[in-house]
Design a binder for this molecule. Structure first.
Ligand SMILES: Nc1nc2c(c(=O)[nH]1)N[C@H]1C(S)=C(S)[C@@H](COP(=O)(O)OP(=O)(O)OC[C@H]3O[C@@H](n4cnc5c(N)ncnc54)[C@H](O)[C@@H]3O)O[C@H]1N2
Ligand code: MOO
Length: 413
């Protein structure tokens, strides 16, 4: 249930797991429709439906090497055997060919195997004497042949719905002969940054002013996740300006992300405003950094109001915005594999929020993974995220962890 007065801290904040469940539930209420794109535009997109192979790949058995195709039954057990050279087929030669007993066909990599043949002997292993090809004992039956359907058999599921189309996956689609593919429509987002002290880079910094890094780091995270960033707008700490900006953004986007103005300051208008013009699903999560995170919707458009502190914004994005995008991508947002590592430095934590410490991981030669927390963990130390490659996940209970203790980590790359 939404808190009755979002400007007042709720009696019990949600845990990260509870907050994530609410985010996923809201994402599932409004999935994005599929659209068809040409293969050239498919890279990075999310597959909307399973792709089933309608042909065998490769379509015919073919040679994996340059050499001579023959019948394995004719290979010599000892000494040498002469094979009669009956022709040549380079890859791309569409004529059918066949070999009979003690025949061989000169063949190049990728050329279809002639009827009757089941083995290719590489050219380096034979001696050609006129029309005779001499093959010595020791060749392996069935060698250097790629079976029809070895990569994908017709009828087999080649790619599952929900996967991101990497270069190799787009290659798979092409290998199946497809020219276009159904993908999930890219979510469209508007990013609002707020705060009277925030100015754009390039302008000389006045007293008390701060450059707008969130625009670029949060905008970058959105883009990295395949979101189309429709636009960014910086909004001053004015309740009417914020109301207008939020309503307009919700009208044009699938997702609204804002930064700043969610905590307890005199200009932190977002919690009350979202309750006024939309719905508050939750405000404040038992996490550090990122505790004041606000989530809800305007109409059916989900709204994340992230804390203004640069590190808090990035952490809440990784932990709570990403699951919404994963749900829209048709993926199970709870299924991410869990990594573990040993602590290379002690950690003492006294509070009762789950903590996500920026850290570096290191794979040691004995096969163990170690993790070193960044020395400065403040929510304003953006450098900690810029230099880190993972987050150490510390559970809610107070902890005194020693060097060598095992902790859960979340990779950032
Ligand atoms: N009395 C309390 N004070 C604070 C609490 C609290 O519970 N009680 N919570 C703290 C926590 S935790 C966080 S996190 C921050 C979150 O504050 P807001 O979301 O309201 O954000 P702002 O106050 O607008 O800004 C916080 C900080 O971040 C800088 N900032 C904001 N926007 C940007 C931007 N676009 N680029 C770079 N830096 C930005 C801003 O200058 C502030 O330094 O509140 C604590 N306070
Ligand atoms: O949650 Mo705040 O993000 O601790 O600084």
């Amino acid at each position: 249930m939404p808190p009755s007065d979002p400007a007042q801290p709720p009696v019990a904040m949600l845990s990260v797991a509870q907050a994530r469940a609410r985010v996923i539930a809201r994402a599932a209420r409004r999935l994005l429709p599929p659209e068809t794109v040409e293969l050239d535009a498919a890279l990075g997109r999310i597959l909307a439906a399973d792709v089933v192979a309608s042909i065998d790949v490769p379509a015919q058995a073919n040679s994996a090497m340059d050499g001579f195709a023959l019948r394995s039954a004719d290979l010599p057990a000892v000494g040498e055997q002469a094979f009669r050279l009956v022709g040549t087929r380079l890859a791309g030669d569409a004529r059918e060919a066949a070999v009979g007993p003690f025949d061989c066909l000169r063949i190049t990599t990728g050329a279809p195997l002639p009827r009757g043949a089941d083995t290719v002997v590489i050219k380096e292993n034979v001696r050609v004497e006129g029309d005779a090809v001499m093959v010595a004992a020791g060749e392996t039956a069935g060698a250097n042949v790629r079976a029809a359907g070895e990569d994908f058999a017709s009828g087999e599921c080649a790619l599952r719905a929900g996967v991101r189309l990497s270069p190799a996956r787009v290659g798979v689609l092409a290998s199946l002969g497809l020219t276009a593919v159904e993908v999930v429509r890219a979510p469209r987002a508007v990013l609002l940054t707020t705060g009277d002290e925030i100015v754009a880079p390039g302008i000389p910094l006045g007293h008390g002013q701060v450059y707008n890094s969130n625009r670029y780091s949060l905008g970058g995270l959105l883009r990295e996740q395949g979101v189309t960033l429709l636009r960014h707008e910086h909004v001053r700490d004015d309740v009417d300006a914020l109301r207008r900006a939020l309503q307009q953004a919700a009208g044009e986007a699938d997702l609204v992300l804002s930064s700043g103005g969610v905590s307890a300051g005199e200009a932190d208008f977002l919690p009350r405003l979202l309750a006024e013009i939309g719905t508050v699903d939750f405000w404040k999560v038992r996490m550090k950094p990122g505790m004041p995170l606000l989530f809800g919707a305007i109409g059916e458009t989900p709204v994340f109001a992230l804390p203004g502190n640069p590190v808090s914004g990035l952490a809440t994005f990784r932990l709570l915005v990403a699951p919404l995008l994963q749900t829209w991508a048709g993926r199970d947002a709870l299924a991410a594999p869990c990594w573990h590592a040993r602590l290379a430095a002690p950690i003492v934590k006294n509070h009762r929020r789950a903590e996500f410490q920026r850290a570096w991981r290191e794979s040691r030669s004995d096969g163990t993974l170690w993790v070193t927390p960044f020395p400065r963990q403040g929510s304003g130390v953006l450098r900690s995220v810029a230099e880190a490659d993972c987050l150490i996940v510390l559970p809610e209970e107070p902890q005194a962890l020693a060097i060598g203790d095992c902790v859960e980590i979340l990779p950032l790359d």
